[in-house]
Design a protein around this ligand. Structure first.
Ligand code: 5GP
Ligand code: ZN
Length: 219
């Protein structure tokens, strides 16, 4: 069924073009989310047959597996940050080289690093995944996308419904283990960047997200 749609990437990653499957090896497949909820939205799919059908909360009880997944998401975070730098960065290599050439000062030991785009990437899972195969979201913080069409789309990435990979393992009494009771998806919309609250006014939220996106990428 539709909830099994991620299985094909795990079983036959080599059959997809590079704009769909970013990379694959024995243990992981990294793909572009087909319905991205941010300007950059990737998914990491572990291939371990003993894990791929588990809920992430259960899969990540295995400390060694969690460590491996976390290490791989760090690679993907770095890759995603590089993509943001290419797309939005004003601190291009050319610009740095030009400034270095104009300067009469002795060259610094290290070139200025520019913006840390890794900070602009979030990594985690949904407390209630809709797709059956274990997957970790790796996405830019902007939540700016045409595909962000439904109320629950926004809150699923902007409330504790989204569980950062670094929060695992969860404590036994962590309230995110009972996400429906907590009502995360029904919460008032709050801007991820400035915290402004929009109640349930989705159109206004979307307009605000567009403005925040423009400011965020120029920052
Ligand atoms: P979940 O809500 O289960 O954590 O997220 C599943 C993600 O998979 C969603 O962001 C959705 O857009 C994405 N998705 C659903 N079907 C497909 C598909 O067939 N291909 C790809 N690449 N992504 C998909
Ligand atoms: Zn805002």
């Amino acid at each position: 069924g539709a909830r099994d749609g991620l299985g094909a990437y795990i079983s036959k990653p080599e059959t997809y073009p590079p704009n769909v499957v970013v990379y694959h090896d024995e243990d992981f497949v990294a793909i572009h989310d087909m319905f991205p909820k941010s300007s950059l939205h990737l998914l990491l799919l572990p291939r371990d047959q003993n894990k791929t059908r588990l809920h992430p909360f259960d899969a990540f009880e295995d400390a060694e597996f969690l460590a491996n997944v976390r290490a791989e998401t760090q690679k993907l975070r770095t890759l995603a940050a590089g993509e943001l730098r290419r797309k939005y960065g004003k601190d291009s290599g050319q610009e740095q080289a030009r400034q270095a050439a104009l300067s009469t000062d002795p060259p610094p030991d290290e070139l200025p690093q520019g913006r840390d785009w890794e900070k602009e990437i979030v990594v985690g899972v949904h407390a209630v995944p809709s797709m059956n195969h274990l997957h970790v979201h790796v996405l830019s913080v902007d939540r700016y996308s045409e595909r962000l069409k439904h109320r629950k789309h926004y809150n699923s990435f902007s409330t504790p419904f989204f569980v950062p990979i670094d929060d695992f393992p969860l404590a036994p009494d962590d309230e995110r283990r009972r996400p429906t009771e907590a009502g995360y998806l029904k919460r008032d919309f709050a801007c991820w960047r400035c915290g402004k609250v929009f109640g349930n006014r989705f159109t206004e939220l979307k307009q605000h997200l567009e403005q925040e996106f423009k400011d965020w990428k120029k920052l």
